[in-house]
Design a protein around this ligand. Structure first.
Ligand code: FDA
Length: 547
């Protein structure tokens, strides 16, 4: 990946961050030995079920398709290539099961539990630390929901049932096919899977108007550790609360979600404007103004800032306004004149066209391209490390200057900072309404990304070192006690469960309270009620707290 040196390069940089890796069919499969009796017993158990799933099981030994099935939904190539880096040494699944029915999911859970084999579930495979398909601990079976992606929209009730294996593009396509004025408030990246996304919160361009994806769920179907299928009434309000943002692979496998659809206008304004500052001081002025107004703008307006690594401070602002451009221009000129927004910057379109715009599809694309997003998408991936922070008080000038100087460092490579505004509806939802606690008082969230190519361990360490130092530098300026982090931006630097699965509640609080604040304790109690044996777990799943 080249270091961008101009505004044009910046735009290209954004696309490069998402380069396709489908071409790399070759895969390092550091599979745990599967000569263990538990492995054969497991296959026997699965194949002897009434609803036989023998044909949907892939192992490195018996299937040439194993590598391509595993690779298909790996969205951070850091955990797939045979390189010398530390990341590639994680354990891959001993087998992959791709159920086509819910009873097959139940059978997989029961067989896996019966034979003492750890289980992980994958929907879209966007976990930043690869937790859905690469483990730092025990051998495991991967339950891949790639075949469970049906979406049924009911316009009169403004709702949809969507299976977890659907990616956002498929959900958005189904909704747009049924209605041009209904939408679902979820993420910008079309290939993100519904299962992991809602399990960790899920924000997108209408966050300030409608809240997060997890705030807009009416019901769900969960397969628990006993293989039961539970709807909202059967699982109870505690579990229903926990699965909406309290972390994936923890309470069970959510196979389906009932989405609450929201009303959007036929035409809205959605566009991207780029600004190249002539100096760091000018950049500071622009971002300083942004952070003083962004959470106070009308709920209909969301300005997501992307700051790229260039020789002069550059930023791109993605603007989504649920209304026409005349009013938008009035609002912007009053609140944020420093941006210098002009009428020609503002583009009007439908909600589904805005989905295509923010996903970087060519402007003449029809929304049917969304159906090909898994294999033919403008969104693609480089090796990536992400971190997050929450800002409650605008960063002082010294902090902004410190960011610019670090972004200019060679070690930054292809680095990017996203500023995601809160306020609006986000500040009216209580901080314990779902596990996501960053509501009133949060001005914006920072997402830090560093991306790189290259196989050498030193290259990876250089970029990891850079993002860790930037995060450390910002410590005095961001949320504290605990310092906040976004559960969907998984960051194993914050702490990890013991590989044996025996992590104590006290140990897990270190990172758990960063993601969930005061909600962490309730999540641990819900976990104790629904999965006391900690069958569903990963490096950062919530451990059970009994009493
Ligand atoms: P994946 O399949 O890797 O699952 C993530 C976690 O959830 C894993 O622990 C997994 O085991 C668990 N899980 C998956 N399916 C489950 C199920 N059915 N039941 C229970 N647990 C399950 N976020 C955001 O809020 N807004 C955005 O715009 C974006 N954009 C974005 C772009 C790109 C390129 C990336 C890589 C990531 C994002 N994200 C994001 C973050 C994204 O929301 C987060 O990584 C999600 O957890 C991904 O969900 P997937 O199903 O794709 O991942």
């Amino acid at each position: 990946m080249k270091f961008p040196t101009s505004l044009l390069s910046l735009t290209r940089f954004l696309l490069l961050l998402l380069l396709p890796f489908f071409s790399s069919a070759w895969l390092d499969v550091s599979v745990a030995t599967n000569t263990q009796p538990q492995y054969h017993d497991l296959l026997h158990c699965l194949c002897s079920q009434e609803d036989a799933i023998c044909n949907l099981i892939y192992t490195a030994q018996n299937s040439t398709a194993y590598a391509s099935v595993l690779q298909f939904s790996i969205r951070n190539p850091r955990f797939s290539n045979n390189n010398a880096s530390s990341s590639s040494s994680r354990t891959k699944p001993i087998a992959i099961v791709t159920p086509t029915t819910i009873p097959q999911v139940q059978s997989t859970v029961l067989c896996s539990r019966k034979h003492g084999l750890h289980l992980r579930v994958r929907s879209g495979g966007h976990d930043f630390e690869g937790a859905s398909y690469a483990s730092l601990s025990s051998p495991f079976l991967l339950l891949d929901l790639v075949n469970l992606r049906n979406v049924t929209v009911d316009v009169p009730s403004k709702s949809a049932w969507a299976q977890s294996g659907a990616v956002l593009a498929e959900v958005y396509h189904s909704i747009a096919s049924a209605s041009r004025t209904l939408a679902f408030p979820a993420g910008l990246c079309p290939t993100v899977g519904l299962g992991g996304h809602i399990s960790g919160g899920g924000y997108g361009t209408t966050l300030r108007k409608f809240g997060m994806a997890a705030d807009n769920i009416r019901d769900a179907l969960l397969v628990d550790a006993d293989g039961r299928v539970l709807d909202r009434a059967a699982m109870g309000e505690g579990v229903f609360w926990a699965i909406r943002g309290g972390g994936g692979n923890t309470y069970g496998i959510v196979v389906s979600w009932k989405l609450k659809l929201v009303r959007v206008p036929l035409r809205l304004s959605a566009f991207t404007v780029s600004r190249t500052a002539s100096s760091d001081a000018e950049m500071t002025k622009l971002v300083d103004r942004y952070q003083r107004v962004t959470d106070k703008l009308p709920d209909d307006l969301m300005i997501l800032v992307m700051i790229g690594a260039v020789d002069q401070g550059n930023s791109t602002k993605q603007v989504m306004y649920l209304g026409g451009k005349e009013r938008l221009l009035r609002v912007m000129n009053e609140s944020f004149p420093e941006l210098g927004l002009k009428e020609e910057d503002c583009k009007e379109m439908s909600w589904i066209e805005s989905v295509l715009h923010f996903a970087n599809y060519p402007s003449n694309s029809t929304y049917d391209v969304l159906l090909k997003s898994r294999t033919d998408s403008p969104i693609s991936f480089a090796k990536l490390k992400a971190k997050s922070d929450y800002v409650g008080t605008p960063l002082p000038e010294s902090a902004l200057q410190g960011i610019w100087s670090r972004v200019h460092q060679v070690e930054a490579g292809a680095a990017l900072l996203h500023l995601i505004p809160h306020g609006g509806m986000m500040s009216r939802i209580s901080d314990s309404s779902t596990p996501y606690p960053y509501r009133a008082g949060t001005v914006y969230k920072i997402q830090y990304y560093v991306a790189w190519s290259g196989e050498q361990k030193e290259v990876e360490e250089r970029h990891l070192g850079w993002i860790r130092k930037l995060h450390e530098f910002l410590t005095p300026f961001v949320s504290k006690n605990p310092r906040g982090a976004y559960a969907n931006s998984r960051d194993l630097d914050l702490g990890m469960n013991d590989p044996t699965g025996e992590t104590s509640y006290e140990q897990a609080r270190v990172w758990g309270e960063q993601y969930f604040k005061h909600n962490f304790e309730r999540l641990a109690r819900v976990k104790a009620a629904i999965d006391p044996s900690n069958f569903f777990r990963n490096e950062q799943s919530v451990p059970p707290l009994s009493m």
